[in-house]
Design a protein around this ligand. Structure first.
Ligand code: 13P
Length: 256
């Protein structure tokens, strides 16, 4: 039985003060929910420490939005995986579409990050998803296959225990245009079949596949009710506790 994971990607938002305030509100508001679902937030790197302090003693998990794959050294502007672990992070988001399409990350760079993070024992949330033009050209499955094969190259079945996949159709991110539950389920089922054929049935069955792209309280229950949707990666609606907590509650309801 896969445990729902409701995660919030704060992207390049919040100030130190609003990040701490938001984290504290989540600690209060999600206390009971954390018995039933996993809650994971990704604050901006400079606020990881104050946010970790704010959630200390609670079940809310904190992860990095990105990291570089090399050991600490001369890589100006980058954050090492060791540094994330040093400040208490157990998870890292890798391959977000904004990193792929705005910052130019390739599948090969993403794969280096995935492998390095897994070797360090971090949980990886690997994002995949097609552009609107790719969906319109009926290339969604081909793009997902390429991103999965590229991102997970040389990742073993054992290591997959620490991998979460996030399906985020790029056309649904920050646009208010959510994938329909049927579109999300079709993509998730495709990703799970990919896991069966490239690993095995037990890896496919155990791996959580999150949906991301304009998730909000109003559509969360329906999306989380799909058989292959195991959680959400929420952007805009993770920036206010009053928007995010109802999504966490939708996860609790879906968990039954
Ligand atoms: P929105 O929820 O703002 O569409 O963002 C989704 C996302 O990119 C989460 O990583």
């Amino acid at each position: 039985m896969r445990r729902y994971l409701i995660s919030g990607n704060w992207k390049m938002n919040t100030t130190r003060a609003t990040a701490v305030e938001l984290a504290k509100a989540l600690v209060e508001g999600a206390r009971a929910a954390c018995d039933k679902v996993d809650v994971l937030i990704f604050p901006p790197a400079p606020y990881l420490i104050p946010v970790q302090d704010a959630v200390a003693g609670s079940a809310i998990q904190v992860g990095g939005q990105n990291a570089y794959f090399e050991a600490p050294g001369a890589f100006t502007g980058e954050v090492a995986l060791e540094m994330l672990q040093d400040v208490g992070c157990q998870s890292v988001l890798i391959g977000h579409s904004e990193r792929r399409h705005v910052l130019g990350e390739t599948d090969s760079l993403i794969n280096n990050k995935v492998k390095a993070a897994l070797e360090k024992g971090l949980q990886v949330v690997l994002c995949v998803g097609e552009l609107l033009s790719e969906r319109e050209a009926n290339q969604t499955e081909e793009v997902l296959d390429r991103q999965m094969a590229g991102g997970l190259a040389d990742v073993t079945a054992e290591q997959m225990a620490d991998v979460v996949i996030a399906y985020e159709p790029v056309w649904a991110i920050g646009t208010g245009r959510t994938a329909s539950p049927e579109q999300a389920e079709a993509a998730h089922a495709h990703l799970r079949n990919w896991l069966t054929s490239h690993y095995n049935a037990s890896v496919a069955d155990a791996t959580r596949i999150l949906y991301g792209g304009s998730v909000k309280a109003a559509n969360a229950a329906e999306l989380l009710g799909q058989p292959n949707v195991d959680g959400a990666l929420v952007g805009g609606a993770s920036l206010k506790a009053s928007d995010f907590l109802p999504i966490v509650e939708a996860g609790v309801s879906a968990a039954g």
